[in-house]
Ligand binder design. Structure first.
Ligand SMILES: Nc1ncnc2c1ncn2[C@@H]1O[C@H](COP(=O)(O)OP(=O)(O)O)[C@@H](O)[C@H]1O
Ligand SMILES: [Mg+2]
Length: 306
């Protein structure tokens, strides 16, 4: 009875290995071969198991990242809705101020006398109206989940000026000197504009946060065409990021900021977005000053991203 059961179990186990009782070895050498096959099969199973575990790990951190991105996007959407209302309210009085200033300038031109000073003030008002317009335009663009936007051909200069206006507004009270290099007029990116603006704002704000408390702090945004790449460098007066910290900054939730000040999501989300633009985003560890680099393909006929 017992023997019969054992025989059946043996048969089943052999079946799993693709063998039958008739295949059982008749001599020692054949036994050795069979045992080797069994050992190999076992190791292969172990390997597949490890691979499966690794891919499960990858998937779960991807799901985690996706979840956080959705939360963040939801916040952006809410902010977008709110700012759309505010933008609408600001636009009307702003248009009125712009109209009155224009009127005043015309009046001054028609009058006799030296109104140089008054004209200068009018020009300053104009410049400030333009600045508010840039901030408003930027807010409309940025405070949105741009994930489903279509890719567009955009002058990179436009993204830079919107970004800088917002960053300067956020850091108006800080002592950090924020400068931008000239950006070629005809440099075109093929991108989701709102997303690229969001990324640059985060990198610039990170830079301001990092140097704010130091002496003579500065942040520089440099845009250059490098072959087929638009190369953006955000450099600050800090002296690089220690290696052990740098190793973690692109991980989701890694932050050195106080609770409520940082989410630790900016850089990891940014990297994902830049990759979806077939670009590159990294910390330039060769630079003396802290320097983040974003590379995006220059727009050209037939460009295919992602
Ligand atoms: N320019 C910088 N200089 C020094 N550290 C930086 C700089 N930019 C980013 N970091 C580090 O990277 C971390 C992660 O940045 P980020 O992903 O944007 O999240 P958060 O800004 O919410 O902390 C920051 O908390 C900071 O420690
Ligand atoms: Mg940040």
């Amino acid at each position: 009875m017992g023997d019969g059961k054992n025989h059946k179990t043996l048969q089943l186990q052999l079946n799993e290995l693709g063998l039958s009782v008739e295949d059982l070895p008749k001599d020692l050498e054949a036994w050795q071969k069979l045992l080797e096959t069994i050992a190999n099969t076992y190791h292969n199973h172990e390997d597949s198991h490890a691979i499966l575990e690794r891919s499960l790990d990858d998937s779960s951190s991807e799901i985690n990242e996706y979840h956080q991105r959705s939360l963040n996007n939801a916040k952006l959407v809410a902010m977008g809705e709110m700012s759309a209302g505010i933008v609408h309210e600001i636009n009307n009085p702003l248009a009125a101020i712009s109209g009155y200033t224009e009127n005043l300038e015309m009046q001054l031109e028609q009058r006799d006398g030296d109104f140089g000073m008054e004209m200068k003030f009018c020009q300053r008002i104009d410049a400030n109206i333009e600045l508010i317009n840039q901030i408003i335009k930027g807010m409309k663009n940025v405070a949105r989940d741009g994930e489903h936007d279509a890719f567009e051909k955009v002058p990179f200069k436009e993204i830079v000026s919107q970004t800088i206006a917002i960053v300067r507004a956020r850091n108006k009270r800080s002592m950090v000197n924020i400068t931008v290099s000239e950006c070629e007029d005809d440099l075109l990116a093929y991108c989701r504009q709102a997303q690229i603006a969001q990324i640059l704002i985060n990198i610039l704000n990170n830079a301001v946060d990092a140097v704010e408390e130091s002496e003579n702090p500065w942040v520089k945004l440099v845009v250059k065409k490098n072959g087929n790449w638009i190369e953006v460098r955000v450099i600050d007066s800090g002296c690089g990021i220690p290696k052990d910290v740098a190793a973690k900054i692109f991980e989701p939730f890694f932050t050195t900021k106080a609770p409520g000040k940082g989410t630790g999501l900016g850089l990891s989300i940014s990297r994902g977005i830049i990759r979806s633009h077939s670009g590159d985003f990294y910390l330039d560890e060769m630079s003396t000053n802290t320097c983040f680099v974003v590379r995006l393909p220059v727009y050209h006929e037939g460009l295919h991203v992602a």
